[in-house]
Structures are given as structure tokens and as C-alpha cells.
Ligand binder design. Sequence first.
Ligand SMILES: Nc1ncnc2c1ncn2[C@@H]1O[C@H](COP(=O)(O)OP(=O)(O)OP(=O)(O)O)[C@@H](O)[C@H]1O
Length: 261
Amino acid sequence: MAILTVQQLTKVYEGKQTYRALDRVSFAMDQGEFVGIMGPSGSGKTTLLNMVSTMNQPTSGEVWLNGENVSLISQKDIEQFRRQHLGFVFQHFALLDTLTVEENILLPLILDGKPIDEMKRQLHNIATRLDIQTLLQKQIDDLSGGQKQRTAIARAIIHSPTLLLADEPTGNLDSKSTKDVLEVLLDLNRERATSILMVSHDPLVASYCDRVLFMKDGQLYNELYQGEDREAFFRKLLDMLALLGGDRRDFLSVYLPKHDS
Ligand SMILES: Nc1ncnc2c1ncn2[C@@H]1O[C@H](COP(=O)(O)OP(=O)(O)OP(=O)(O)O)[C@@H](O)[C@H]1O
């Protein structure tokens, strides 16, 4: 069953010059899929994610999430809808530094007025799964990048959202933490059937997805499925990115020496 359907989505930014950042993008995502979005810088990836997340309104076209046309949800109900159905993971973690790890994770449930017992049970399950049980009373500043991102993932999934949206979730992490975070996302996807839509520049990161959509100049250009072999998929992603053009450093910068980027 499709949990997300995007139909003919178009976004035109008005300004001195109008700019068509998204141009009639259509795709669907099944429950339990792990889908990546790749494409050169400026191709419209974040714009697409912002429309799906209901943070930004399209110029035309529709987003259906869990059977609801999100543009028909009233302003009054949209925050509640977002809190119930969506989880967000960002490159810069977006954690509240003045709160502990536990407080950061529980925040969405507190906002929803969930009973304390249920909150604690959920917290225990999630913290164990993400291996952050010993960090719960720590301040955010005392965590490593990987620990911060695992905390952010815990916060994003504690309410079992319909869809987890991730915008460059490993963009700020070293290679060890990147692998840890990807394994966590893959576990959630495989074991809890969490549906994930993830933007990444990095073909190694995107190779964890079941399917990758490629954007170019605001349009959907192509898609590739992983199949059985992640390494072969990684090579296919590289080939597709080369074909897409743009600045190769957009997506290969992670593999280039620092002075070269
Ligand atoms: N608020 C805005 N007003 C005007 N133009 C915008 C706005 N937001 C984005 N754009 C333009 O829309 C295009 C697509 O931007 P978007 O951020 O979606 O690309 P992206 O593929 O996510 O890029 P990157 O990989 O660099 O993050 C870009 O040319 C950008 O300059």
C-alpha cells in the first residue's frame, strides 16, 4: 500500500525572477520502503522534502500521506498531523542544547500529552535499540556527533511515525558514525518497517536504500532499485550521478581529500 503519493508536484519561487524549483514531480512510496533522493546541488531535493513534510506549500500538485491530501488539512490541524505522522532527522541534528538526551527524545510525546508510563516504556525500547541507554541523562553538548544523531533519530521515531524524513542525516558525521547511523536506519526499516525518505549527496549512504530517485533541474530524472548487492548498487549510483552531471564534487566530496574540496 502506498503511504506517500506525490502527484505532479510543482514549486515556483516568486521573486525578482521566478524560479521553478520543482516541476511536475510524481512518485509513490510503499509502506516499509527506504527511498533515497539524489541529484546535483540545486536540483530540488530539499524543496521536495519540504513539500512532503508539509513545511512548505506547493504551487500546484498534491501530496497524499497515509491516505490524506495534506494540502486540505487546516492550519489548525497541520501541526498535530505532522507530529503524528512524520519524523524528521536533519544534518545539524536540531536538538535542544538546554535539555538532556531523555528530555529531547520525550519532547514529541510530551507535546502530544501522552501518559508518563507509556512515555517511559517507549523511551526504554527506543534507547535500547539505538544503544543510547547510558546517555539519557547527559547534556547534548557532551555527546559525539554520532550519539547526537542517534538521539535525533530516537526523537524522530518514538511516536512511530508513518514516514521518517531525513535530509543529509550523515552530512556532519565521520565515516564510523556514518556507518553506525546508517545501520540504525536500516534496522528500523527492516525490523519496525519504518518507511524512510532520505536525501543524500553521498552514493555510499544512498546505497543503503531500496530505491533511489534522481532529480535534475527540478524534475524526476530516473530511479534505480538496489536488488541484492549493495556494492553493485553503489557503482550503479556513481554511474547515474556521472550521467546527471553537475559538479562531481557535490556528491564525491566525501571521498576527496579535504584540501581538494
Ligand atoms: N526560498 C527560496 N526562494 C527562491 N529560490 C529558492 C528557495 N529555496 C530554494 N530555491 C532554489 O530552488 C532550487 C532548488 O533548491 P533545493 O534546496 O531544493 O536544491 P537541492 O537539490 O536540495 O540542493 P542542495 O543539494 O545544494 O541542498 C535552487 O536553485 C535554489 O536556489
